[in-house]
Write a new protein. Structure first.
Lengths: 176, 655
């Protein structure tokens, strides 16, 4: 729960309340995404199949919630846009804060900055996860190609004891 | 530690796990490969959140006890398989030889044709048929004997090849031992070497029954028959040789004697070369010796169509004419016994049969020749160069070894004027001396109460005949065991007596067979057995008669009777039964080995199945796991995409 400043008497109480509620909703959404990302990351890092499966279940749930979240965000922007007489696509927290003025404006700016920081952090996590997942998918794809003879043979441990390095290389080997 | 490093550690670990899974799947069909898994451990750097994860050890999934059991099974199975392969080869030699069938069937053919010959014993064509049957049988014996020799030679060569393979594998194991080092932080880098080393031990186990000892440092020592072949990174070479006892042995530089209980293919070679094949060879030799000795003796102690001989050379040479016969290298050394030689005056028909005693432990060929030369009208000449002896009869005389009755008593104390004359052919079964004693006195053919009693050497009265009134002098008295007596006109007195040697076994020493004196065969199974060429060239010399009388086939009947006589296996089996038993022995051995081999295969299958649960790779399971990972990553990818989209929307809000 975000700790926001109480609304000022001079501002439009309803608009302020609506903005703060939405910021709280976005924070909750980002928190859920961050948790799920950490969970899948931990499952991948630790190589646990069960933990991986549990993380995937959570992701499926969040994929469904993402759709709801998108609808709620759009509705908020439409409502606020109507109140401020601007197009929904132009509704931002900065626009809302400018309309409020005073302490409410300051409080909303602070909330916006914290939310922006959180978005950036989750985006970084998402990029890291994307890299991790891409590497594994590539490895799997190459393995299956190798296994089916579609790719260059590599990494096969022969009877003679030779174990030539995979053509695509192991990240462990890359790391040295 | 940065989040990047933590992430990279997880990425590395997961990459290794993926590599392991891939490696497990890729090597699923390699029997020497042991599945691997990783033991993970958290990396700690003192912070509450930790520093990621690392692989502590990549271990092989292996059960030492199971591996040892599999090696034992491999040894046992290789042992029986190798034995079976050779025994089936031996069986094929024995089962059939070209178009002539088995030894046993050819022996039957010989006896059957001999039986047919008895209808016309003087028929030269039918004699040739029987002689050719015997020659075919001899050829088969030679072929079988040669096949055994070839099997033995092959086994020696095979043993040498197996020894080479053993040395290559032990050297390989020692080298791998040297390369293997265990460190606590290893990441499975030695697993390939360990698999390779254990694979080599598995291959070695097929050659010899190995015992392994884990040295505790990743190295394994290998022992065979209690002797070390690999200790650490040192291997001990073995070698094979045939010792003075004609045994194929395997030894090493560090063992004081031959390695024992080898097992595996090499152990099978030793078992075959030192036990089974020699046993078969002994059985073949026993049969051959019995056949040769029996037919040789029958031939030597009979008479051909032309009667007794005037000259005869021995067909089997001694290594030295002066050493005892038992030491003279004869293929069929003679036992102690006697030889009866009859010398016939060709003009008068008078015949004298003499006995010479032979002790092979002391008598040389020279001694035998001297004894023969001591018989009137005979001469024996030894050729020291060829190791042979030639017997010559004086002009007008001939000799034979048929043990025929002397025509005159061998000893006599007759005070009257009557002269005994002997005729007939002894029908008894043992050598003996018949003594004839006169009871009463007077003129033969007219005196009253004049009888002639006959008794054997044990004093048993065999018969009594009237030679007084009523007896026509010169006419034969009723024969006693085939021995006929006639007394000429004249007188006899009470107590007059004379004796006759009766011969059932003219050559109890077997000297004729040993020296090849008028024998049926020449040579032996090892040097090449053949029917005496003199007989093949002149079938009339085939000695089918025991007396020399026209139409007599006594000797042929002895040959025919041989087919039913239990002369082998402690006088419990006929020659035919012995051959059947011989083939049966091989078949029994094969049957037993087959049973063992089948059981070993079953045990091996069970062990390998158990090994799969420990070390093996189930490709389906591994692939399913990989596919699950792939689906999971694809799901994660979708999630990341959704989040990315959501964050893009949110960015628009927070600007």
């Amino acid at each position: 729960m975000i700790d926001l400043m109480p609304s000022a008497a001079t501002i439009d109480g309803a608009l302020h309340r609506r903005a703060i509620d939405h910021v709280e909703l976005e924070f909750a959404w980002l928190t859920a995404i961050a948790d799920a990302s950490r969970q899948i990351r931990a499952a991948i890092d630790n190589g646990g199949a069960e933990a991986f499966a549990a993380a995937l279940r959570l992701q499926r749930e969040l994929i469904r919630r993402a759709s709801d979240m998108s609808v709620q965000r759009q509705r908020w922007r439409e409502d606020v846009g109507a109140c401020l007489a601007i197009a929904p696509a132009s509704v931002t927290l900065s626009e809302v804060a400018a309309a409020l003025g005073g302490a409410a404006q300051t409080a909303l700016h602070e909330a916006r900055d914290r939310l922006r920081q959180q978005v950036q952090e989750v985006a970084r996590m998402n990029r890291a996860s994307a890299f991790l997942v891409r590497m594994h998918l590539e490895t799997l794809q190459r393995f299956f190609l190798d296994l089916t003879g579609s790719g260059e043979a590599s990494g096969r441990y022969s009877r003679a004891g030779a174990c030539p390095p995979p053509t695509y290389g192991s990240l462990l080997h890359t790391r040295g | 530690m940065s989040s990047f490093t933590i992430g990279l550690s997880g990425l590395s670990v997961n990459q290794t796990l993926m590599d392991l899974t891939g490696q497990n799947v890729a090597n699923a069909s390699d029997p020497t490969y042991h599945a691997q898994d990783a033991i993970l451990a958290p990396v700690t750097d003192g912070t509450p959140v930790g520093a990621g994860v690392s692989i502590e050890q990549v271990r092989r999934l292996i059960s030492s006890a199971l591996e040892a059991a599999l090696n034992n099974n491999a040894s046992a199975q290789s042992d029986t398989t190798a034995q079976l392969r050779t025994l089936q080869q031996v069986q094929s030699y024995l089962a059939s030889s070209g178009t002539t069938g088995t030894l046993q069937s050819q022996l039957e053919t010989f006896f059957n044709d001999a039986q047919h010959l008895s209808l016309t014993p003087d028929d030269l064509t039918q004699r040739t048929v029987v002689l050719n049957d015997a020659q075919t049988l001899a050829t088969q014996i030679n072929g079988t004997s040669s096949a055994f020799d070839q099997v033995n030679a092959d086994l020696v060569q095979q043993g040498g090849q197996f020894v080479d393979q053993v040395n290559q594998l032990t050297a390989q194991i020692a080298t791998l031992n040297g390369r293997i080092s265990i460190s606590p932080a290893n990441l499975g880098s030695n697993n390939a070497l360990l698999d390779q080393r254990d694979g080599a031990i598995g291959q070695l186990a097929q050659l010899v029954n190995v015992r392994t000892l884990d040295q505790g440092n990743g190295q394994t020592s290998v022992y065979v028959g209690g002797q070390p072949l690999v200790i650490g990174n040192q291997s001990i070479a073995v070698s094979s040789s045939v010792n003075s006892s004609n045994q194929l042995v395997v030894g090493s530089n560090v063992s004081s004697g031959p390695l024992t209980n080898l097992g595996g293919s090499l152990g099978a070679v030793l078992t075959l070369r030192n036990q089974l094949v020699p046993d078969y060879q002994n059985q073949l030799n026993t049969f051959t010796n019995t056949l040769v000795h029996a037919l040789d003796t029958i031939q030597a102690t009979g008479l051909g169509l032309s009667g007794p001989m005037t000259t005869l050379s021995s067909g089997r040479a001694v290594s030295s004419t002066t050493v005892a016969l038992s030491q003279a290298g004869l293929a069929y050394p003679p036992p102690a016994g006697s030889l009866f030689i009859s010398v016939t005056n060709l003009a008068s028909g008078q015949r004298s049969t003499q006995k010479i005693n032979i002790d092979p432990s002391t008598n040389s060929l020279q001694d035998v020749a001297a004894a023969i030369g001591g018989i009137p009208n005979l001469q024996a000449v030894v050729n020291n160069q060829t190791g042979t002896m030639t017997i010559l009869a004086a002009p007008g005389f001939a000799f034979d070894f048929a043990g025929r009755l002397s025509t005159s008593p061998d000893t006599q104390t007759i005070t009257g004027s009557a002269i005994p004359q002997i005729s007939g052919q002894y029908t008894g079964t043992a050598n003996d001396t018949f003594t004839y004693t006169v009871v009463g006195s007077g003129a033969v053919g007219s005196a009253t109460n004049l009888t002639l009693n006959v008794s054997n050497s044990a004093g048993v009265l065999l018969g009594s005949a009237n030679i007084g009134q009523g007896y026509s002098p010169g006419s034969p008295l009723p024969p006693v065991e085939g021995v006929g007596i006639a007394l000429s006109a004249g007188t006899v007195n009470a107590g007059d007596s004379f004796s006759v040697q009766t011969v059932a076994r003219p050559d109890s020493a077997g000297i004729s067979a040993a020296l090849g004196l008028n024998t049926f065969f020449l040579g032996d199974a090892s040097s090449g057995l053949q029917v005496n060429p003199d007989l093949l060239n002149a079938p009339g010399q085939f000695a089918l008669s025991g007396s020399g009388a026209v139409g007599d086939d006594t000797n042929l009947q002895r040959i025919i009777a041989l087919s039913d006589q239990p002369v082998l296996a402690g006088n419990t089996q006929t020659m035919s039964q012995y051959l059947i038993g011989f083939l049966g022995t091989v078949a029994d051995n094969i049957s037993n080995l087959n049973q063992q081999n089948t059981a070993q295969q079953s045990v091996g299958q069970t062990l390998r199945s158990q090994q799969q649960t420990v070390s093996g790779v189930d490709p389906n399971e591994q692939l399913v796991k990989l596919l699950q990972y792939q689906q999971g990553y694809q799901m994660a990818s979708k999630f990341i995409s959704v989040v990315n989209q959501s964050l893009a929307d949110l960015f628009n809000v927070v600007t």
